[in-house]
Ligand binder design. Structure first.
Ligand code: DAH
Length: 344
């Protein structure tokens, strides 16, 4: 029996040499040390032994069991170490590989220009207001002194939704909404940025949807010279200290008198070039003194209060500032265009 045990030990240790993974090792353990294994079998036969033999064989059997047990344990350690090494090898990160550069987003140039304009006017004490893009005919036209069938409505070809509702053609309705909300209080000093819509055919200088910024100041004794000074301050902050303005008489139903405002051409500094059509001047906005009827309809007594207003196209302001030659660039989202504004 002793020889049997020794042979078993040798056989087991030999077999163990070729075991290389946890699963086979577990099968091995069951095979040799399990209840149905040969060791248990041999030990079961111990009852037949004499009293002298039993302790001797018992000791040998225990030695064989612990020899196999120890060998299994050290094999287990070896396998675990190998498995860990393999995992580390598989999961290593090659820090010498060149990195992938994330593309950097940026504020859209139009929004940037809106922010710049807002900053300039906020610096002069204005607040920023907004109004709806789907607007009532009343606010877009009637309350701005453009009654139904008034020929000046033709100046702005309109997307009507119903008889009463339309896509606003300008940001001027926010003037009326603000005056109504203020209920006769002064001062009002606001600018209103927003999207506007017109039935225009899109080309390099026209878009059916574009952006405006409206301005409105209402108080006692507001004069045309205030308008002029404000706009001069604005254009000099926007285009540089050497920029000059001139006011040309014009017509808008909601202002009287009305003026279109030109700035000296930033490209040729007034000498005349292709951009300013050889005039040295470039038109940038419409403006005027708020018409008494507009004040009256919005609840302000024109004998007591006066005001000025102006409205400008943001795309146009941006095109002049950055030398952009086609308004459609703002809306087509071509990254070759947009990437040029990452760091402005
Ligand atoms: N709403 C005018 C337009 O879209 C621009 C404008 C002109 C606004 C004169 C004004 C203004 O507030 O006083 O063409």
């Amino acid at each position: 029996m002793k020889e049997q045990l020794e042979a078993l030990k040798l056989e087991a240790l030999k077999e163990l040499e070729s075991v290389n993974d946890s699963k086979t090792l577990n099968d091995f353990r069951v095979k040799y040390l399990g209840k149905k294994g040969p060791l248990t079998e041999i030990l079961r036969g111990m009852g037949k032994l004499s009293n002298e033999e039993r302790p001797v064989i018992g000791q040998v059997a225990n030695e064989v069991r612990s020899a196999i047990g120890n060998a299994i344990q050290s094999k287990q350690d070896e396998i675990s170490r190998k498995e860990l090494e393999n995992r580390l090898k598989e999961e290593t990160i090659d820090i010498t590989l060149p990195g992938r550069k994330p593309t950097q987003g940026a504020i859209h140039p139009l929004n940037k220009v809106i922010q710049d304009i807002e900053d300039i006017f906020v610096g002069m004490g204005y607040t920023v207001e907004e109004g709806p893009e789907v607007e009532k005919d009343y606010y877009n036209f009637e309350a701005l002194n453009l009654p139904k069938d008034h020929p000046a409505r033709d100046m702005q070809d309109t997307f009507y939704i119903t008889e009463e509702f339309l896509m606003r053609t300008h940001t001027s309705p926010v003037q009326i909404r603000t005056m109504e909300a203020k209920k006769g209080e002064v001062p009002i000093k606001i600018i209103c940025p927003g999207r506007v819509y017109r039935r225009d055919d899109d080309d390099a200088t026209h878009s059916h949807a574009f952006t405006q910024i409206e301005g409105l100041v209402i108080d006692k004794n507001v004069r045309m010279s205030d308008l002029k000074g404000t706009l001069l301050q604005f254009v000099q902050e926007m285009y540089g200290k050497d920029t000059q303005i001139r006011l040309r008489p014009s017509f808008f139903p909601f202002t009287e008198p009305s003026a279109e405002v030109d700035i000296t051409c930033a490209n040729c500094k007034g000498d005349g070039c292709r951009i300013c059509k050889q005039t040295g001047w470039i038109e940038i906005l419409g403006s005027g003194m708020v018409h008494p009827r507009v004040l009256e309809m919005a609840g302000y007594d024109p004998n007591e209060y006066s005001g000025f207003a102006f409205g400008m196209g943001v795309e146009r302001i941006a095109m002049l500032k950055y030398g952009i030659d086609d308004i459609r660039h703002f809306f087509t989202n071509d990254l070759r265009f947009l990437n040029q504004f990452v760091r402005i």
